[in-house]
Design a protein around this ligand. Structure first.
Ligand SMILES: [Zn+2]
Ligand SMILES: [Zn+2]
Length: 394
């Protein structure tokens, strides 16, 4: 069983905070009530609080002792544009929005750790508690960094945690190197020439060209890349036409790319451009390709060796050796904590949310964060601070 006794006295409070946040979900860069809730709690615990970094981000600072060691811990605060299908008392009261990724739980766990460390500062150094906006596809971490996050709060290292379904509840999974993939989005506009559906020879059919191009794009992973390098190219949208008997002049395709190496990101982008141009040319239509047209892509979430060893030590102290998977298979999902890991050495780990049965997968309308994790995750944060900023540190 996890060693969470030291934080169990905060379980009821953290559950209350978590369920409050679940009831009032706010999406990217609109987390104003959430940010205020977090800031009020941090002030109540006695921390120094900075608001409005990266628009709605909050940073709390807590120092103890005399060492110059500085550690940053990060939680995400944003919800998703998903209509909740749960029917419990704490279900979302914001129509069309819900905490379906557990960021309500991440926020509550980091608040719990701040509360405990303020009361019992058994560490020597400074802890920055980062509550970031807009993790879901809008790169809130990048915005906080551009807004001066690490100049204002010059951490030596930075750590993140995300719940993960199908890892046993309260267990951890972490390893050095890639934990989550880089992602890019792309948009291909195929321009043909419209015509009557019964007279295809009088136009240039963008739909037939699009069908060929979609199949050709499947060969990037299977034929162009080294099979030892995992990657995904998925077409996720096709938009064209609006009636039965006319061939439209344009087709819009959108999709996403995932992989674990920056060099592969550019290699795949180059191949998407090449196939779009050549396949479309073969059908007398043209293609315009845009990458990340609306929001920045995310880099690989890459854990550094030394900080991963510290995270591992803290996770084992909480969950025991058998409660930590040290060789998890990296996820092809992506995470904007990767931007923080580009700036500072650090480590991102998963805490098990339990089985995904009953539709409890991330981004599912039936998802709910497992409240039993709250004292376990908070205990990990406390243990990590006490490990990295241990008393008598140089
Ligand atoms: Zn998510
Ligand atoms: Zn998430």
């Amino acid at each position: 069983m996890p060693n969470t006794l030291s934080l169990s006295y905060l379980h009821t409070a953290m559950r209350e905070w978590r369920r409050h946040l679940h009831q009032y979900p706010e999406t990217a860069f609109e987390e104003t009530q959430t940010a205020q809730f977090v800031a009020d709690k941090l002030r109540e615990f006695g921390l120094q609080v900075h608001q409005g970094l990266g628009r709605t981000g909050v940073v709390g600072t807590l120092s103890a002792g005399t060492s110059g060691k500085k550690i940053a811990l990060r939680a995400d605060m944003d919800a998703l544009f998903i209509q909740e299908h749960n029917d419990f008392a704490h279900k979302s009261r914001h129509d069309g929005k819900m905490h379906a990724c557990g960021h309500d739980g991440h926020t509550a766990m980091l608040l719990g750790a701040a509360c405990h460390l303020a009361r019992q500062p058994n560490f020597d150094g400074t802890v920055y508690f980062i509550f970031q906006p807009a993790e879901e596809g809008r790169a809130g971490a990048k915005e906080m960094i551009q807004d001066g996050l690490f100049e204002l709060f010059p951490a030596d290292c930075v750590f993140g945690m995300h719940n993960f379904p199908d890892i046993p509840a309260g267990q951890f999974a972490v390893k050095a190197g890639a934990m989550m993939a880089a992602f890019d989005c792309f948009e291909i506009t195929i321009q043909g020439q419209a015509t009557h559906a019964a007279m295809p020879h009088l136009g240039n059919d963008a739909i037939v060209a699009a069908a060929q191009l979609i199949m050709a794009l499947q060969t990037i992973v299977s034929r162009s890349l080294n099979p030892a390098d995992p990657a995904v190219v998925s077409i996720t949208q096709i938009h064209a036409g609006n009636t039965w008997n006319a061939i439209p002049d344009t087709v819009l395709l959108r999709g996403t790319v995932r992989c674990f190496k920056p060099a592969l990101q550019s290699q795949i982008a180059e191949q998407i451009r090449h196939l779009s141009a050549t396949v479309c040319a073969a059908f007398n239509v043209s293609a315009k390709v845009l990458f990340n047209p609306e929001n920045p892509g995310y880099p690989v979430t890459w854990n550094s060796e030394a900080e991963t060893a510290q995270a591992l030590q803290a996770a084992i102290a909480v969950a025991g050796v058998t409660g930590v998977d040290t060789q998890p298979i990296p996820s092809m999902g992506s995470e904007d904590f990767a931007f923080m890991l580009q700036e500072k050495p650090g480590c991102y780990l998963w805490i098990g949310n339990g089985p995904s049965a009953n539709s409890c997968l991330l981004h599912n309308p039936h998802y709910d964060f497992n409240d039993e994790l709250l004292p376990i995750g908070a205990a990990y944060w406390v243990q990590l601070v006490e490990t990295v900023c241990h008393l008598n540190a140089a």
